[in-house]
Design a protein around this ligand. Structure first.
Ligand SMILES: Cc1cc2nc3c(=O)[nH]c(=O)nc-3n(C[C@H](O)[C@H](O)[C@H](O)COP(=O)(O)OP(=O)(O)OC[C@H]3O[C@@H](n4cnc5c(N)ncnc54)[C@H](O)[C@@H]3O)c2cc1C
Ligand code: SF4
Ligand code: SF4
Ligand code: SF4
Length: 384
């Protein structure tokens, strides 16, 4: 039977709950708002399947690294506005939907929490478009995927690298009609933090949230804004560098513990294709940089080549070496360190502290200020 010794040893992918033949694993939120499996020991028959499919307990070597790497974007600017980066996800999704397949990805529910769902028509694509910067619950989607594949349908499953690893581990064999795409991943913030944050915003604005969009490009792709709309027609919009939730996310104070020891961030992936933001495009491919969004596309498998070939004719693309496109120092290639005040943050959050006070925990202390100053001087010397 599955035993999680340390919180960092579970990424919450849900493979164990999906595989259990006795349905005796339920994913429950801990005090920080992250899901972990709880086993009903009375019902468990000790079959060991949950342990067998856990992608962290079995995190040995992965796929064939990177076969091809591109900077790419869709020339359809309307599509790019709805997408976080260059709109690659929607183009891949359309290929599978055109074949009568099912596309899985992360969607908001009516409370703006995030779950994986399957869609079967292009009219529903909007649900999966755009990054939602909190952990998505995979629910029963792994089981659904297996059922659809056994019926002979095409399936595209998208998500973070650990979710793709969880799905592949759950399936335990290759399926010809399964395609997987993962997003480059800084880490996932706690849904509890997001829920409390929205509740505070609703109080401030005196109405319910009716829309949440993390990547509004009206202020440009590189300085995107978070946008909230309320039932009384009020709007809230701030660029990510000024926006409170994004600051908490990007300064690593509310990420899942497994994200600080991520087993899935290397370039060897379980997925067929990895997509992300081509940050730094202006340095190596300025001709691609129109500040509307450019994607990183890393192709890992033969199926990935096939899927990418199917959209190739209709996009702007440039082949770029993988380490130029995504430098080894990128947060999406190595685990990020937790903020020194992470523990305090969750204690205060659970005591009902407001976000303005919580944000003060991000302020650098004297030691950090001195380190940053020393770093600046060192960089200046190196340039001389
Ligand atoms: C939590 C998170 C962290 C990220 N960190 C980085 C990073 O550090 N560097 C980087 O370059 N890119 C990062 N990305 C990826 C980037 O934000 C875009 O999602 C990606 O480039 C796809 O953009 P697109 O234009 O192709 O399409 P979009 O329409 O923007 O992509 C939507 C896709 O994102 C998936 N998705 C959205 N929210 C979630 C979620 N909560 N969990 C799982 N999948 C989700 C959908 O299922 C769909 O496949 C991150 C994404 C997420 C969700
Ligand atoms: S050992 Fe088998 S029955 Fe028990 S929790 Fe795991 S999968 Fe379920
Ligand atoms: S299978 Fe996934 S959810 Fe279950 S213990 Fe392993 S990492 Fe956690
Ligand atoms: S950082 Fe790693 S463990 Fe965390 S969500 Fe992303 S892929 Fe999963």
């Amino acid at each position: 039977m599955l035993k999680i010794e340390k919180k960092k040893d579970c990424c919450g992918c849900g493979a164990c709950a999906n595989v259990c033949p006795k349905n005796c694993i339920e994913l429950k939120s801990d005090k920080e708002g992250f899901l972990y499996p709880k086993i009903d020991k009375e019902k468990c028959v000790d079959c060991g399947l949950c342990e067998k499919v856990c992608p962290i307990a079995n995190s040995e070597s992965r796929s064939e690294s990177v076969l091809k790497s591109y900077a790419a974007f869709s020339p359809d600017n309307e599509l790019r506005k709805k997408s976080s980066s260059g709109g690659m996800f929607s183009l891949f999704a359309n290929i599978i939907l055109d074949k009568g397949g099912v596309v899985y990805g992360a969607a908001f529910d009516n409370k703006f929490l995030v779950h994986h769902v399957g869609i079967e028509s292009k009219d529903e694509l909007y649900k999966l478009q755009g990054s939602k910067y909190l952990q998505s619950r995979t629910e029963n989607t792994f089981k659904e995927v297996k059922e659809n594949l056994n019926k002979g349908r095409y399936v595209l499953y998208t998500g973070t690298a650990c979710q793709i690893a969880g799905l592949k581990s759950f399936l335990r064999k290759d399926y010809e009609k399964l395609y997987t795409v993962d997003v480059l991943c800084h880490g996932v913030p706690s849904p509890k933090v997001w829920k409390k944050y929205l509740a505070e915003q609703e109080k401030i604005h005196g109405a319910d949230v009716t829309k949440a969009f993390f990547r509004n490009k009206d202020t440009g792709w590189k300085s995107y804004s978070v946008e909230l709309e309320f039932s009384n027609s009020k709007k809230y919009t701030k660029t990510f560098g000024q926006e409170m939730f994004m600051k908490l996310f990007l300064q690593n104070i509310c990420l899942r513990p497994s994200c600080h020891d991520c087993k899935f961030k290397s370039l060897e992936r379980e997925s067929d294709i990895t997509i992300g933001d081509a940050w730094g495009i202006e340095n190596h491919s300025p001709e691609m940089n129109d500040n509307m969004g450019v994607s990183v596309v890393l192709v890992h498998s033969q199926k990935g080549i096939e899927l990418f070939d199917a959209i190739k004719e209709n996009i702007k693309l440039k082949e770029v070496k993988k380490d130029v496109l995504l430098p080894p120092s990128a947060d999406s290639r190595k685990s990020v360190l937790p903020h020194r005040n992470r523990k305090k943050f969750f204690e205060m959050l659970n005591n009902g502290t407001d976000f303005e006070t919580l944000e003060k925990l991000l302020k650098p202390n004297l030691y950090t200020k001195c380190r940053r100053f020393a770093g600046k001087i060192l960089r200046k010397f190196k340039k001389l």
